[in-house]
Design a protein around this ligand. Structure first.
Ligand code: ATP
Ligand code: MG
Length: 387
């Protein structure tokens, strides 16, 4: 899968820009605060349906703009496709897939696939469980729209449930039956999410251990396991049994939840248990080992995407190369050969002598080092483009 062009209009600090990418390695380079990450953020919005910086649509609009948007044209194994996302200050977003309006994010996501690697991911092993859950959710949502729909529904039930738990004024005759209904809905959604995450982790585990062994010459071994409140290990893949057991567990802890005024159990609290040579990596891994595992997880995410879709996703790397030592930098670049990579960096010299498409970023304006030539373009057109 390759991004061909992206058009930005009133997106973050970009008033208007049209970026063209080559199928290999593309580098957005420039000083701090120029619009490198903003450009990447725009592309990743098509992979995940939202900004990876966790902001609302309105905050993506250029300061003072009433509307703006993004257009992506990319080629997958079958054809060229177009996605567009229009954003407004005072109304909901509009999404289009090949010119056809799409209403739900879960119908929009899953067409374009991207693996994002940003500095926060480098602390994924030691950081809060939320980072690891976000990794899983972003990776799986792109492959399974039904998973994204279940996550959205789960978040809505959780919000309602938490509001109910806080509302002490409510009549007990209404409160308890509503609590039971919401718990039952949550148990069913929770099971679907947990089973999907578990399946993904099992596949990722194999891929990550392979990459880590390769990266360290077999010196380090990692393993990944899904840690859940729902205890799926007791019931295997039996969804109905997991749901029932989870429902009963929640109901038996109801008094605690009413006292805490919040939902204490569920996949919003689950985690990935990462071990390095049999020990919990969160507690024992060095900073370098930490980074190696994060790198292996991102490469693994790319492999799983390829296994599910038949082709590699686009790799979007925000300023991570300079965070890695030379050995890991070389390993990464070598492993990414033959795939499209769009990277940001402040350091142009990291890429000197390499066959990459350099795009200079300066205050929301983008300048290619030389025009991008596509294999399909005719000789005359190519010569004209160079002139
Ligand atoms: P760094 O190397 O420090 O990571 P960068 O080039 O990646 O820098 P960006 O994160 O892309 O920088 O941000 C560029 C600029 O965009 C910043 O100065 C930021 O304040 C500005 N910016 C962010 N959101 C908006 C917005 N909604 N409207 C206008 N400008 C914005
Ligand atoms: Mg940046």
């Amino acid at each position: 899968m390759n991004v061909n062009t992206v058009i930005y209009r009133n997106f973050r600090n970009i008033e208007e820009a049209r970026l063209t990418f080559t199928p290999g390695v593309n580098i957005l380079w420039g000083n701090n605060a120029q619009g490198k990450t903003n450009a990447l953020e725009g592309i990743y919005c098509f992979a995940c349906g939202k900004s990876f910086r966790g902001v609302r649509d309105r905050e993506l609009l250029r300061f003072g703009a009433e509307s703006g948007g993004l257009e992506l044209s990319f080629t997958d194994a079958r054809r060229e496709q177009h996605l567009s996302l229009q954003l407004f200050q005072s109304k909901s977003r509009q999404m289009k897939k090949n010119g056809v309006p799409v209403r739900k994010s879960s119908d929009f996501v899953g067409t374009f696939h991207g693996v994002l690697f940003c500095p926060e991911h480098l602390s994924m092993i030691k950081g809060a469980p939320q980072l690891r859950r976000a990794f899983l959710d972003a990776a799986i949502s792109q492959l399974r729209p039904a998973y994204l729909a279940a996550l959205t529904d789960y978040a809505a039930v959780l919000k309602q449930r938490n509001a109910l738990l806080k509302n002490e004024e409510q009549d007990e005759r209404v409160r308890m039956p509503l609590y039971e209904v919401l718990t039952s809905q949550m148990a069913e959604l929770n099971t679907r999410i947990v089973l999907t995450r578990m399946k993904y982790i099992r596949l990722l585990d194999t891929s990550v251990s392979g990459f880590l062994e390769d990266m360290t010459g077999g010196r380090e071994r990692a393993s990944l396991a899904y840690q859940s409140d729902a205890q799926p290990e007791l019931y295997g893949e039996a969804g109905a049994e997991i749901s029932r057991a989870f429902y009963e567990k929640c109901m038996s802890y109801a008094h605690r939840e009413f006292a805490a005024q919040t939902t204490l159990h569920g996949c919003h609290r689950d985690d990935i248990l990462i071990s390095l040579d049999g020990r919990e990596a969160r507690l024992y891994a060095s900073q370098g080992q930490d980074r190696s595992i994060a790198l292996a997880m991102k490469l693994g995410e790319g492999e799983l995407s390829r296994a599910a879709t038949g082709e590699y996703p686009v790799f979007l790397f925000d300023d991570v190369l300079s965070e890695l030592d030379t050995g890991r930098q070389q390993y990464l670049m070598q492993r990414l050969g033959g795939r499209q990579v769009i990277m940001t960096s402040c350091n142009e010299s990291l890429f000197s002598g390499m066959d990459v498409n350099m795009i200079h970023v300066d205050e929301g304006c983008y300048e290619m080092a030389c025009p991008v030539l596509h294999p399909g373009q005719g000789q005359e057109e190519q010569e004209a483009a160079v002139e």
